[in-house]
Design a binder for this molecule. Structure first.
Ligand code: GN1
Ligand code: MG
Length: 378
């Protein structure tokens, strides 16, 4: 992405910051969007997060920003009612500076939430939360416990949210839709890689039926649909210096789904003893100790508010989401690496193998995981 410092400044100035912008620097390892930190000086100086939202992945950025406005507004009211700090415990979207908006932008119901530049790229801003800490990996059960509590609380605060949300990515955690994409991806074979992937393809094919059986329970309403985050890996949570969850971030995929997907995706991330893209597969496994701690934290917030079907399928959701992640990394590799940012050739295949190792470890420990869930559900 090539923008000059002057162009970046002009973009940042479209938003209603306090103080005068004096620095814009790239931030963080996100796979999808480009993120910058913006500093201001003078009266009201503070930091902001500026993001170029990837509109190739999120086809309706205005609809997505509208979701974020609604969801953060709802959580903000809860935080205030609980006596919390609304500038730290929920994302605050920085709106457009009124004088910079065109008549057309003013007519758009989401026009105050983003800026579309001359290249067709979409930008949005929010307040940076000072003193917050992020992790790429959970090294202690304590952090898992707190992370589980954080997502449990997030779901609890949204449990009475009823406004319909836009579907920001079609069929995001819908495995039936993912299989349609899978068939198309194999047929297209865009990078000529399918011929070398017989083993990896068999990993996907051999588990299709059990994954569809799970998803049928969502389709027929056995497992309820709720407003959920859908991307709950540890790096999408801000912690405070004491290790408590401060704020859930990266709300781009916040939409209607099942609470199980948030649990499963968090387990995929928190319990992995290795990295998501570990080249050394010996490092990768599911830690039952971390699973226990995350489940304990999550259940401390959600116990009594989950249905029997949700509890019964909670452990399976870790298999489901980890499998889905194997599938998504593999599809992107087959497609010639067009979705996820990659750091080197073959990165998506390394990710596929590492996530598959994790999936096998989860499968091996599945009975113990189910028993753990039951222990905290009682
Ligand atoms: C992406 O945007 P980020 O880095 O938080 C992806 C998730 C994947 C994750 C894998 C919109 O998350 O679904 O699980 O990478 N987000 C999107 O690390 O596809
Ligand atoms: Mg993220």
């Amino acid at each position: 992405m090539d923008y000059t410092p002057e162009e970046m400044l002009a973009i940042a100035q479209k938003f209603d910051t306090t103080g005068t912008i004096n620095e814009i620097k790239p931030l963080g390892p996100g796979f999808i969007n480009d993120t910058f930190i913006v500093k201001t000086e003078g009266e009201g100086d503070r930091k902001y997060i500026l993001q170029r939202k990837n509109h190739l992945i999120f086809p309706d950025v205005p609809g997505m920003m509208k979701n974020i406005e609604l969801v953060t507004g709802h959580i903000r009211r809860k935080v205030i009612a609980e006596g919390g700090d609304p500038l730290r415990e929920v994302l605050t979207v920085t709106e457009r500076k009124p004088g910079t908006m065109t008549e057309d932008e003013k007519k758009d119901p989401a026009g105050h939430l983003y800026f579309k530049d001359a290249n067709g790229n979409f930008w949005a801003m929010c307040i940076f939360i000072e003193g917050s800490v992020t992790y790429e990996k959970a090294d202690t059960p304590e952090l898992c416990y707190k992370g589980g509590q954080g997502i449990g609380k997030f779901q609890a605060r949204l449990s009475d949210f009823t406004t319909p949300l836009n579907e920001t990515i079609k069929g995001f955690h819908n495995i039936r839709w993912r299989f349609t994409q899978w068939e198309e991806t194999l047929k297209r074979d865009a990078a000529g890689r399918v011929k070398d992937l017989a083993e990896e393809i068999s990993w996907i094919e051999s588990r299709k039926d059990e994954m569809l059986d799970f998803w049928k329970k969502v389709e027929d309403g056995t497992i309820p649909t709720r407003v959920t985050h859908n991307d709950t890996k540890i790096s999408n949570i801000l912690f405070d210096q004491k290790g408590d969850v401060l704020c859930v971030i990266d709300l781009d995929t916040c939409m209607s789904s099942t609470s199980l997907n948030d649990f499963g995706d968090a387990i995929r991330s928190y319990t992995n003893t290795g990295a998501e893209d570990d080249k050394n597969l010996d490092n990768v496994s599911m830690s039952l100790e971390m699973f226990d701690a995350y489940t304990r934290g999550y259940m401390s917030m959600r116990k009594g508010n989950l249905t029997a079907a949700e509890i019964e399928n909670l452990a399976f959701s870790a298999r489901y989401i980890t499998y889905e992640q194997v599938l998504r990394f593999l599809m992107d590799y087959i497609d010639g690496d067009r979705y996820y940012k990659t750091a080197y050739p073959g990165h998506n295949l390394v990710r596929t193998h590492a996530q598959y190792k994790l999936l096998r470890s989860i499968e091996d420990q599945y009975e113990a995981m189910k028993a753990t869930v039951m222990k905290y559900a009682e």
